[in-house]
Design a protein around this ligand. Structure first.
Ligand code: SF4
Length: 430
């Protein structure tokens, strides 16, 4: 395959030093992932085992569905549970029994751990295996943790998919004639998934599955023939769980922007033995549309300085997109965790000398940000308002996870998420 992205001499941060910080952090917890996962997996239910705080977080972030049956809820641990006076396992059984008798449409039930359930050491894996025995095969019960202790909010999806991966059906045993099968891993908006599906088909790839799938009764099969392509950079545990099933990861940058999407699709084509010219031809019209959409934003963003606080784990691919496709200057790129292997292709594309940081000591990072006075700060909700009050322009990083931003057709929308706050600030100043 011909290289999709030429690497220049002044490009590459594979071996760049990284400032590692382990201080106070300002991030959401993994329960947040339920907001996009429950929309994706349409017959799954997420039962958070937590406190009223957890229930408020989910309800205020996802909105309360008045007319629709919700697909998430919180089993609230009260004072008696927390004090160890009640048997929380028995109570959980009763809640699940009630839920499943009222909601026969549920096929997959996730018991989602939280800070309170972890503090009282409530063993949700024991609960899941007991409930599984009782309700399977109608309902599969799994568990994962969405706790905010030492995690960041996108890890909720990773933990959820890592719990699901061992339960995926197995592909038939490999034979010499077995063809590799492509699996795209990471929750994508349905519209994005459909676009990728069409492009893969145009390349000549028909055996493509998506994990998570829209239905729990139609989970993709996995095995040594599986070549998987991560659609999100925060799926370290999921990748490990799939590798334990024999699947092999396809190394690629992430599908953000015209260049990133092209490199991602071309990496899949190469791994699946597709002729590179045919693959490039199949994606050419979409790539061109994306490049055109980006040119408008490039004029507005080029030369502007951007600072990333660690939050979503999308920071490195976003920084690559902003610097290479929109000409922005990277002041600091902070990420909660820096998975060097999964991000190797992204790091190779960052301008050399980019200031990278991992983890957070929020006060020290705020000092660096104030001293640098960037044009745009990408950060969590908790930091955005104080920074705006100090006259800085901010972009909420969580919006980048909730919005469909992957793929060619979304490249312009992704760039617009960065031009909009700058435009708003200009209007306010006028
Ligand atoms: S899991 Fe922890 S951080 Fe998340 S809402 Fe519940 S108590 Fe708060």
């Amino acid at each position: 395959m011909s290289p999709v992205i030429p690497i220049q001499a002044d490009v590459g941060c594979q071996d760049a030093p990284v400032l590692r910080e382990r201080g106070q952090r300002e991030v959401f917890c993994g329960l947040t992932g339920i907001i996009w996962l429950h929309r994706k997996m349409q017959d799954a239910f997420f039962l958070v085992v937590g406190s009223r705080t957890c229930a408020h977080l989910i309800q205020s972030a996802a909105g309360v569905m008045i007319f629709a049956e919700p697909r998430f809820a919180t089993a609230i641990l009260d004072e008696r549970d927390l004090a160890g006076l009640a048997d929380a396992q028995d109570e959980l059984d009763r809640v699940v029994q009630r839920l499943l008798s009222r909601r026969p449409d549920i096929r997959l039930l996730f018991l989602v751990g939280s800070c309170p359930s972890e503090v009282i050491k409530l063993d949700l894996s024991r609960a899941a295996s007991r409930l599984n025995q009782r309700f399977s095969p109608q309902v599969r019960v799994l568990n994962y943790s969405g706790s905010g202790i030492e995690t960041t909010f996108t890890q909720g999806e990773d933990a959820c998919l890592a719990a699901l991966a061992p339960t995926l059906p197995s592909l038939p045993t490999v034979s010499v004639s077995s063809q590799p099968e492509l699996m795209v891993v990471g929750a994508l908006a349905d519209v994005v998934e459909d676009q990728f599906q069409r492009l893969f088909q145009a390349m000549g790839l028909s055996r493509v599955s998506f994990f998570p799938s829209r239905s729990a009764t139609n989970l993709p099969a996995v095995g040594p023939q599986t070549r998987f392509l991560l659609a999100q950079p925060f799926l370290g545990d999921t990748a490990r769980a799939l590798e334990a099933r024999g699947a092999q990861r396809i190394a690629a940058p992430f599908p953000l922007g015209a260049e990133g999407s092209a490199a991602w699709m071309m990496a899949a084509a190469a791994a699946m033995g597709i002729d590179p010219d045919k693959a490039a031809q199949a994606i050419a019209p979409a790539r061109e549309r994306a490049e055109q959409a980006l040119s408008v934003h490039r004029a507005r963003l080029s030369g502007r300085r951007v600072f990333f606080f660690p939050d979503s784990q999308l920071e490195i691919p976003l920084a690559r997109f902003l610097s290479r496709e929109l000409g922005m200057q990277l002041v600091e790129v902070g990420s909660p965790y820096l998975h060097r292997t999964h991000l190797a292709e992204e790091l190779a594309l960052l301008p050399s000398g980019t200031f990278l940081s991992e983890g957070q000591d929020v006060e020290r990072q705020l000092d660096r940000c104030r001293a640098a006075r960037p044009d745009l700060v990408v950060c969590g909700l908790g930091l955005a308002n104080p920074l705006e009050a100090e006259g800085m322009t901010t972009k909420w990083s969580i919006e980048l996870v909730f919005t469909p931003i992957q793929g060619f057709e979304q490249a312009g929308d992704l760039a617009a998420l960065f031009t909009r706050p700058l435009h708003r600030r200009q209007l306010l100043a006028a």
